[in-house]
Design a protein around this ligand. Structure first.
Ligand SMILES: *Cc1c(COP(=O)(O)O)cnc(C)c1O
Length: 232
C-alpha cells in the first residue's frame, strides 16, 4: 500500500488522541452508570503504518478494518510485543471472501444475509476457527446501505444461531447520516435484547459517547484517533 510520509508530530498526535478518546469513553460509561464493559475498536482502514504503530505502542490492542485485502496488508507483519492484536471486520463482506475473513479476523460485524451465513459456516468448519459474529442491521432501511432489514432479522438470527450453530453474539448498525443516531442506537439495543444477544456494535467518531449511553459494548472509532484517512 502506498502512503504519505507522516511526520513525528502526526504520529504523536495519534497517541494523544487515543488517550483522549479513552478518557471520553470513561466519562460516558460513568454517566451511563451500571452496564456492560465497552471495548474500543480503533478503526485503521485508510491509515498508514506509522499511525497504526503509534496506537499499538500506546497500548491499543483491538483494531477494525473494512476490507479483507487491506487488513492482510496492514497486519501481515504488524504485531506488538504481546503478539498480534485482535482484529475486527467492520466492512461489508462478500461470500467469496468468507474463507480469508475467517482466517484473519477474531470478530466479524457485517453478517447481513443467509448466503454469507452459510459461507461463514463452511469456512469455520474447514478451518476449525470460530470468530464471533454480529449481524449488521440496516436500521434506517436505506436502499444503498448494507445490513439486514429489521423485518428480516428474526429469520437470519434463527438460521445463524439455531440452524447453523454459529457463534452469534450481537448486532451492529450504522445510522443514516442525517438522522439522530440515538434513535437508531435505542432501536438496535431493543432488537438485540429481544433476541437475547449481548453485544452491541454502535458509535463512531461523531457519536461514540451517545452510543455508550444507549448500551454499546463495542464502539468503532477511526478519524478521532488517527486523523483523516487517505482516499481509497
Ligand atoms: C470507517 C468506519 C468507522 C470509523 O469511522 P470514523 O467516523 O472515522 O470513526 C466505523 N464503523 C464503520 C462500519 C466504518 O466503515
Amino acid at each position: 500500500m502506498s502512503e504519505n510520509p507522516q511526520s513525528a508530530s502526526d504520529v504523536g498526535a495519534a497517541a494523544q488522541r487515543l488517550d483522549d478518546v479513552r478518557k471520553r469513553m470513561d466519562q460516558a460509561v460513568a454517566k451511563r452508570g451500571q452496564g456492560p464493559a465497552v471495548e474500543l475498536i480503533a478503526v485503521s482502514k485508510g491509515q498508514g503504518r506509522e499511525r497504526i504503530k503509534a496506537a499499538l505502542d500506546a497500548g491499543q490492542r483491538v483494531f477494525g478494518e473494512n476490507y479483507v485485502q487491506e487488513a492482510q496488508e496492514h497486519w501481515a507483519d504488524l504485531a506488538s510485543t504481546e503478539g498480534r492484536p485482535k482484529l475486527h471486520l467492520i466492512g461489508a463482506l462478500q461470500s467469496n471472501k468468507a474463507k480469508e475473513a475467517v482466517g484473519l479476523f477474531d470478530v466479524i460485524h457485517s453478517l447481513d444475509r443467509a448466503k454469507l451465513a452459510r459461507a461463514l459456516a463452511k469456512a469455520m468448519a474447514d478451518q476449525d476457527r470460530r470468530p464471533d459474529l454480529l449481524i449488521q442491521v440496516n436500521t434506517g432501511e436505506e436502499p444503498q446501505k448494507a445490513g439486514c432489514l429489521p423485518g428480516d432479522l428474526p429469520e437470519l438470527v434463527r438460521l445463524t444461531r439455531d440452524e447453523l450453530g454459529l457463534p452469534l453474539v450481537g448486532l451492529m448498525c450504522i445510522p443514516p447520516e442525517n438522522e439522530e443516531s440515538a434513535l437508531h442506537f435505542a432501536f438496535l439495543a431493543k432488537l438485540a435484547a429481544g433476541h437475547g444477544l449481548g453485544a452491541l456494535s454502535m458509535g463512531m467518531s461523531a457519536d461514540y459517547e451517545t452510543a455508550i449511553l444507549f448500551g454499546a459494548t463495542y464502539v468503532r472509532v477511526g478519524t478521532a484517533i488517527f486523523g483523516p484517512r487517505q482516499p481509497r
